[in-house]
Design a protein around this ligand. Structure first.
Ligand SMILES: [Zn+2]
Length: 256
């Protein structure tokens, strides 16, 4: 097992070497815990439902504004019809009173009543058309509100599921963190520092077991030469995998 001149073999108590492997297990579990916390499916569902509710809120606001405008239009149409009705009533009253004797004046009045009747019919058509549009808009708004309210219930449930899942991960994280602190306390500070640096450089895995002639860090089979070298190495020598440079720990399962 060749070693560059600046890397000297570290002498570490075999018990501490095994401790390093335990520490690695806990650190890997902590990494998985953090990854799960970042990628919680419950959080994805909750976020997507929340976005749907927000989008529906916007749609509802738009539908309410449109309905408000339509109702204003409806009020105007009602007022227009009412004005014509009053005018008709006034003219009709004048006609019925018999106070107009001039034939020309009578003819004008009857002519005006005819125009007013046509105008009233037109305005009433407009009034009915707006009324129908108001009804459709009210129906659409009610449907949107029903859909939003249903989704809001789903969204609240999804938020709760997300919080429960996150809490469970938090409990696990707290336990692992305690466990890690105890293990790290048993590892000499220099070695711990070296381990942390290796972990940062090697995707979170600094220490790997030698398992049946294979490095569990990079999963490469060690050469016969390396295996022989390891067999001869003193148990306190901290070994490194020639392939991935991780700390290689001998266990009863190493196949030596
Ligand atoms: Zn390796």
């Amino acid at each position: 097992m060749d070693r560059t001149s600046e890397e000297h073999a570290l002498n570490i108590d075999p018990f501490i070497q095994i401790r390093l492997l335990d520490l690695q297990k806990v650190d890997s579990e902590l990494d998985r815990n953090a990854h799960r916390a970042r990628t919680l499916p419950e959080a994805v569902t909750a976020a997507s439902l929340h976005a749907e509710v927000m989008a529906l809120d916007d749609e509802i606001a738009g539908a309410e504004a449109a309905l408000f405008d339509l109702r204003r239009e409806q009020n105007r149409a009602d007022a227009d019809v009412e004005l014509v009705r009053q005018r008709v009533s006034k003219d009709q009253h004048l006609l019925d009173s018999g106070s107009i004797n001039d034939p020309k004046q009578l003819e004008n009045l009857q002519h005006e009543l005819g125009s007013l009747a046509r105008r009233q019919a037109d305005l009433e058509d407009v009034e009915i058309e707006i009324m129908e549009r108001v009804e459709i808009a009210e129906h659409e708004l009610a449907a949107l509100v029903t859909r939003r309210d249903g989704l809001a219930v789903d969204s609240a449930a999804a938020n709760e599921a997300r919080d429960v899942a996150a809490d469970a991960l938090g409990v696990e994280r707290a336990e692992l963190t305690n466990e890690r602190a105890l293990m790290a306390g048993e590892v000499p500070a220099d070695l711990l520092k070296f381990y942390e640096k290796l972990r940062a450089d090697h995707d979170g895995v600094a220490a790997a077991a030698l398992h049946r002639g294979r490095c569990e860090g990079c999963h490469m089979e060690l050469t016969a030469v390396d295996i022989n070298r390891i067999r001869e190495a003193p148990s306190h020598e901290l070994l490194r995998c020639e392939e991935c440079r991780r700390i290689l720990i001998r266990t009863a399962e190493s196949g030596l």
